[in-house]
Write a protein that binds this ligand. Structure first.
Ligand code: ATP
Length: 884
């Protein structure tokens, strides 16, 4: 990073203007860095006699361009850096981003003697730099300043690599020479032949374990340092070369091109075919195949549901074709009882219409045969009403009323009295985790429904909704707009089925209302006043029961300040004052252990004593000792999943044990370790990723594959039979498939996953899941529209604390390598367990190595790290939301 040379050393340099360097080189020597007036800092440039030869001239420290070795190593290209410390510099930085196209100094090369300009060289020399964060994601770990630069790995079809030769050499000799036949890629294959241990290393990761011997052209086992490799990128328009790239990015251990082309013992005719057979690229007929595969196992009713799911979520191009090809298996059951084809077709269509309606879609929007009203048994009754009237109530739930505790009974009686009077009432059941709110709701729902009346059960999250009989997410049931501002209304019309259902309802329940933004509740209030024609009464005079616990996680306000989060809570709503508070205080979850519930409450209320660092102390007997090393986590896993081997096929075991952590990264780390421990053959489903608004393919597939946004499944989804997964989208909420539903994998097809719902009222139901296109919920996350086609599930041995809200997890582990970062997180994590003895927490000790480094400036010889018990942890509580 040396400027020039310019000035007297090279008066023709591009920076020269009126005999002066416009960049002011050479700069002057300085002993210290100082802040220049309205400029970047004047950096320290020591006059230490050090010089370097640049373009034949000796340059010293005055010519050094401010640089950052870390960035240079990472991008392997020229990058200027400046310290932005003055206001002007910061302003300039902002202006820079917005001012549009940047300018560059350039020189037009003279053509050579034959008039040629080397365009290829120019193209190769000028390449765009991907933003650092994206590069970081590609590499997955930071580079160090003294790491060697990224090694570009050639990508070529057989016998199509570049060969360098001397101008005087005879071409026939060149071609015949053994050396010319070798490239990094061919020798990678050979290294795999010679070193079986290396066969799990991908081509791109090879430089991490081998060094390329340029002269003799072979890969030699690496003895020191680490190097990053990057396969030269290929665009889908390049055909076979692109598919070769896809294969090399996903398949390790191949010993030749032929081996790479062999899938399941069969030699494929092209790299495309091999990639397709391995499920690495999307085939043209995946949706057809998905249905055909499911047809082997699924009942006709499940097939119809899968068909409806595909229509709603998978953007099929040829709906009518799909219908025609799969009508027979979808209608098997009806064909057995009815002989008239038209009648059978109508029955299937009506069934699918119902499913589509409950997923919020109209069958008329799809090119399917028309429905003849003569066959419609519902006589035009709204689907929502039929569905809700058909919700079965569990007879056992009617008995719950007799075992309510005192506080629950008071709440139960007051709410039922309001339902019976029919004159409305708005309640808030306020109870810390485990005080039996859900228990109370079940009793209420059973009571109202057993009398033939409609009770609508909703919750903010899908998981909490799936625990209640007939539960739906509030968002889908009330058609609340996704982004809801002050004064908003729900999106249903006065004449809609939803409006009719709400008018008919005797009781409306909304659990976890503390997790929703107040605007959503206000939108429901607005719409209810409207459809009931009673603007003066809250919720149009209906009995509405909200429930929740403000000690738990509050609504998510992206990048919101504390005040903004508080303002978004229900407590800040104008409706809050009119809500009758019903308090539950006795912890029924941990009723065998009285110390623990009291401790939990102190944590939740923020009244537990803190030390001088502001941390609270966790009970020693629930903390797992830590060494700061990787096997700490293994110990936590052993505590939480004892005798895993004997219980792998038991869904109860799978749902009653889980590890919680704060971030998706931590959760992913645990899930990967768990699936490795799990017995059975691993199946990997790769996603098909695209940047929707990128027609020129600027974003390389391997870059897109490396992205891991929140709420999206990973690119490589590793699963084993019987392992637990969690659904990431509301696929079919009315039938228990909502964001957060827990399932166990029961079978694999190439284009469908056979799974069983294991929690909530639909437990035991088998479902077929297709791959669906998914986009990150936060639109502003990337500067392009990212789309990932993948099965909408993630492993759920571990999950984030937020996802676990509302669930009882009998045996729970909490992994806290970093402190909690939002209100209520620690409280939610601790309060999932049924008793103190059923919870284990691992707070990781700071790594010994890093501490040593910090103290002495260089790493010390590694000693065996000592075990220690970490028991203090940050606890974030916004007290104003508990008392305000
Ligand atoms: N009156 C009761 N008699 C017996 N068991 C009860 C009673 N009330 C609640 N329980 C049990 O206590 C546990 C916790 O109850 P529940 O899940 O309803 O609490 P919650 O307040 O909804 O908790 P969270 O807010 O964490 O979701 C459950 O196992 C439930 O069956």
């Amino acid at each position: 990073m040396m400027h020039g040379p310019c000035g007297a050393l090279n008066p023709k340099n591009v920076c020269m203007q009126q005999n002066e360097c416009k960049c002011r080189y050479p700069q002057s020597f300085n002993e210290n860095t100082t802040q220049g007036k309205d400029s970047y800092p004047v950096y320290r440039r020591r006059d230490n006699g050090r010089q370097a030869k640049v373009q034949g001239k000796m340059l010293d420290n005055r010519w050094v361009v401010p640089y950052n070795p870390y960035l240079l190593r990472m991008f392997n290209c020229h990058i200027n850096v400046e310290v932005c410390s003055s206001i002007k510099a910061v302003k300039y930085l902002y202006k820079y981003i917005y001012k549009g196209h940047d300018r560059a100094s350039f020189r037009i090369d003279q053509p050579d003697a034959d008039g040629n300009i080397d365009e290829i060289k120019k193209y190769v020399d000028a390449r765009w730099v991907t933003p650092p964060e994206a590069m970081w994601r590609i590499f997955g770990f930071p580079l160090c300043a003294n790491d060697p630069p990224v090694l570009q790995l050639p990508l070529h079809l057989p016998n199509m690599h570049r060969v360098a030769f001397n101008e005087q050499a005879h071409l026939t000799d060149v071609v015949a020479s053994e050396k010319a036949s070798k490239s990094m890629l061919t020798e990678y294959f050979k290294a795999n032949q010679n070193h079986p241990w290396a066969r799990n290393i991908l081509y791109k990761d090879f430089p991490g374990r081998f060094t390329w011997q340029k002269g003799k052209k072979y890969w030699k086992e690496r003895v020191e340092r680490y190097q990053i490799g990057r396969i030269v990128s290929a665009n889908p328009s390049e055909g076979e070369r692109y598919y070769l790239c896809v294969l090399l990015n996903h398949v390790a251990g191949k010993t030749s091109y032929e081996d790479l082309l062999t899938v399941d013992g069969r030699l494929c005719g092209s790299f495309r075919e091999a990639a397709e057979r391995l499920g690495l690229i999307e085939a043209d007929n995946t949706l057809d195949d998905c249905l055909t595969e499911a047809e082997q196992w699924a009942m006709p009713c499940s097939l119809r549901r899968l068909f409806a799911t595909i229509l709603v979520h998978c953007e099929p191009g040829d709906v009518r074709g799909l219908w025609d090809r799969h009508f027979e298996p979808m209608s098997d059951d009806y064909r057995r009882s009815h002989t008239c084809r038209i009648e059978v077709e109508q029955m299937v269509l009506l069934d699918i219409r119902g499913m589509l309606q409950s997923m919020g879609k109209d069958i008329a929007d799809f090119s399917l045969p028309c429905i003849d009203d003569a066959f419609d048994p519902t006589e035009g009754e709204a689907r929502e009403v039929i569905e809700e009237s058909n919700v079965d109530f569990d007879i056992n739930d009617t008995k719950l009323a007799s075992s309510l505790n005192l506080e629950q009974r008071v709440a139960y009686n007051e709410i039922l009295a309001s339902v019976e009077r029919g004159d409305g009432g708005v309640f808030f059941v306020d109870g810390p985790g485990g005080t039996g709110k859900t228990f109370l709701y079940r009793a209420l729902l059973a009571k109202v429904r057993s009398k033939g009346n409609i009770a609508i059960a909703t919750a903010t999250s899908g998981v909490a909704a799936s625990i209640m009989p007939g539960g739906r997410t509030a968002q889908s049931r009330f058609k609340i707009p996704l982004s809801c501002d002050d004064g908003a209304s729900c999106t249903f019309t006065k004449q809609s089925g939803t409006a009719k259902l709400l008018r008919m309802a005797s009781l409306i329940l909304w659990d976890e209302a503390t997790m929703t933004k107040r605007q959503a509740v206000e939108a429901l209030d607005n719409s209810m006043r409207d459809i009931m024609g009673r603007r003066d009464r809250p919720f149009g005079g209906k009995t509405v029961v909200f429930g929740g616990d403000f000690r738990q996680v509050l609504p998510v306000v992206r990048r919101g300040s504390r005040d903004q989060i508080i303002d978004a809570t229900l407590r800040s709503s104008h409706l809050w004052k009119g809500m009758r508070q019903l308090r539950l205080v006795t912890n029924m979850r941990a009723h065998n252990d009285t110390w623990f519930p009291d401790y939990l409450l102190r944590v939740g209320n923020g009244t537990e004593e803190v030390d001088d660092q502001g941390n609270i102390r966790l009970p020693e007997d629930i903390c797992v000792p830590s060494t700061g090393e990787g096997d700490d986590l293994e110990k936590l896993i052993d505590h939480v999943f004892p005798r895993l081997d004997d219980n792998m096929s038991d869904p109860n075991y799978m749902t009653s044990h889980a590890i919680l952590s704060t971030t998706n990264d931590n959760v992913e780390k645990i899930n990967i370790r768990m699936v490795e421990r799990f017995r059975g053959e691993e199946v990997i489903y790769h996603s098909f990723d695209s940047a929707e608004d990128d027609p020129y393919g600027y974003y390389a597939p391997e870059f897109l594959n490396g992205l891991a946004p929140n709420g999206l499944p990973p690119h490589a989804l590793k699963l084993k039979l019987n392992c637990p997964v969690i659904l990431l989208r509301n696929i079919d909420p009315a039938n228990g498939l909502c964001n957060g539903t827990r399932l166990v994998v029961r079978g694999f097809e190439r284009n469908a996953i056979d799974a069983e719902i294991v929690i909530g009222q639909h437990a035991g139901r088998r479902v077929f899941l297709p791959r669906i296109p998914l986009c990150p919920s936060d639109n502003g996350m990337f500067p392009f529209k990212f789309k990932r086609k993948q099965f909408p599930v993630r492993l759920s041995f571990a999950m984030t604390i937020n996802k676990a809200q509302g669930q009882t997890i009998p045996i729970v582990g909490v992994y806290l390598p970093n402190p909690v970062f939002s209100h209520g997180q620690l409280y939610v994590a601790l309060s999932r367990a049924t008793a103190k003895r059923n919870i284990k927490i691992l707070i990781e000790k700071e790594k010994e190595k890093e501490n040593a480094k910090k103290q002495s400036g260089k790493p010390k010889k590694r000693k065996r790290p000592a075990l220690s018990l970490q028991t203090s942890m940050k606890n974030i509580v916004y007290k104003e939301v508990l008392t305000g």
